[in-house]
Design a protein around this ligand. Structure first.
Ligand code: MG
Length: 435
């Protein structure tokens, strides 16, 4: 076997040269909140600077047709962590501080899947799958948790640009199961989350780790630390995104410093599109139509960048269709972990696409909005059946902005896709609503 120096070093690091089983990769999932498809430099934003994410994209694979399985926070997180459409878990609505629901015991999270394969697991940041003790990350596969259990605008006092309600308790900052502070200084939140994430990366030695790093921002109200405030050319929103980019850079730098860079898969994405009704406080969906809360692509198509040196080819822009539903089976595949038994998963293992072995294949994806099924995508085509309007048909690969309705020109395709949509709607089991 002829190996160059880098390959030899990788082999040594993997333990294979010593006859040990190859070490399982660490997995880091970084999830922004309400970051739009057009908000990063590498996705075409003209003035927000994201050098770390841009570099991550150059060193890995950047997806252009990657979806959240919901256009708002709670269900999109449920879909990511369970690999299932949110109607299956009942987590279709945004939870509030008064909510008594949360992620059901019957769901298996990707943290539980990976812990079953020997991983240490940590969640940092926004949870939003139930704030009562039985729903917190520690009860759903995470060895540790530090963060805010729901959205940062769910406070008794309105911050800049955000709604709030006097009915809400002070915003809690939670470590594991305990509230350690209330109303934390949100200007410091990204830096504190990042410090926690870096500590997680640094302390892992024996076992591989899974870090779920879900930022609070750029969900409103927006806050940036002093170091970033007023520094971007794109206003406060730009400052906030540039701080998130810094955080990504810190994660990647710390992986290198601790010798884990080659053995870690990092995925970056966002839970849903930009919150356009917040006007200048919200982001941009780029060339996509509309934003958060809608089943136009601007509400659900997100930036997604995957990096794993030596495994995921660098400098790759990938137009294969994928979604957050795919990440549980993909991470399980990378980790050699068993998938949950007796559970219907809606995603697929994307490792063949991530590693460049497959260009991807035609996929069918359903756009759920709360409990309504509003659209289906099959290959390039999207049929949308939002209420009180005739169905519309778009070829998203020709018309990503959903400008040109072709329904009248393609009645057979409309009928065929309508049948696919109706069958999915009628066959999909509905779990009791978590509110
Ligand atoms: Mg969100």
């Amino acid at each position: 076997m002829n190996l160059n120096r880098r390959q030899f070093a990788q082999l040594l690091a993997s333990g294979a040269a010593l006859g040990a089983a190859p070490r399982k990769p660490n997995i880091v999932m970084i999830y922004a909140d309400d970051l739009g498809y057009g908000d990063l430099g590498c996705y075409g934003h003209p003035t927000i600077r994201t050098p770390n994410l841009d570099r991550m994209a150059r060193e890995g694979m950047r997806f252009t047709q990657w979806y959240s399985a919901a256009p708002v926070c709670t269900p999109s997180r449920a879909a990511l962590l369970t690999g299932r459409y949110p109607v299956r878990s009942g987590l279709t609505r945004v939870l509030f501080p008064q909510s008594e629901g949360g992620i059901p015991e019957s769901e298996t999270t990707m943290a539980e899947v990976l812990r079953g394969a020997g991983y240490r697991t940590a969640a940092v940041g926004k949870w939003h799958l139930g704030h009562l003790p039985q729903y917190l990350p520690g009860r759903h596969g995470f060895n540790r948790y530090f963060g805010i259990p729901y959205s940062n605008d769910m406070r008794p006092v309105a911050g800049p640009g955000a709604g709030a309600s006097p009915k809400h308790p002070p915003l809690p900052l939670v470590r594991n199961g305990e509230t350690i502070e209330t109303e934390p200084d949100q200007r410091k939140l990204t830096a504190r989350y990042t410090a926690e994430a870096l500590a997680t990366i640094r302390e892992q030695k024996q076992n591989p780790f899974f870090l779920y790093f879900a930022h609070t921002f750029p969900h409103v109200p927006l806050y940036a630390s002093e170091r970033f405030l007023g520094k971007s050319r794109a206003g406060l929103y730009g400052d906030v995104v540039e701080e998130l980019d810094w955080s990504v850079g810190e994660v990647l730098r710390t992986l290198k410093e601790t010798g884990q860079d080659q053995n870690t898969m990092v995925v970056f994405s966002s839970d849903n599109g930009p919150w356009l009704i917040k006007k200048e406080l919200g982001g941009s969906a780029g060339l996509l139509r509309e934003g958060k809360g809608t089943t136009f692509d601007g509400g659900m198509r997100d930036p997604c960048i995957a990096r794993w040196p030596g495994m995921i080819p660098g400098n790759t822009v990938c137009a294969a269709q994928g979604s957050m539903l795919d990440l549980l089976p993909t991470f399980a595949s990378a980790a050699g972990a068993a998938l949950p038994k007796d559970t219907v998963l809606d995603g697929e293992d994307m490792m063949p696409v991530f590693t460049g072995k497959s260009p991807g294949k035609e996929r069918t994806f359903f756009y759920w909005n709360i409990n309504a099924l509003e659209a289906v995508r099959q290959g390039a085509w999207k049929l949308r059946v939002a209420k009180d309007a005739p169905p519309t048909l778009h070829n998203l690969e020709v018309d990503p902005s959903e400008k040109y309705d072709l329904a009248a020109q393609a009645p057979e395709r409309v009928a065929q896709m309508m049948a696919v949509l109706e069958r999915h709607r009628s066959e999909m089991p509905r779990a009791p609503l978590q509110v």
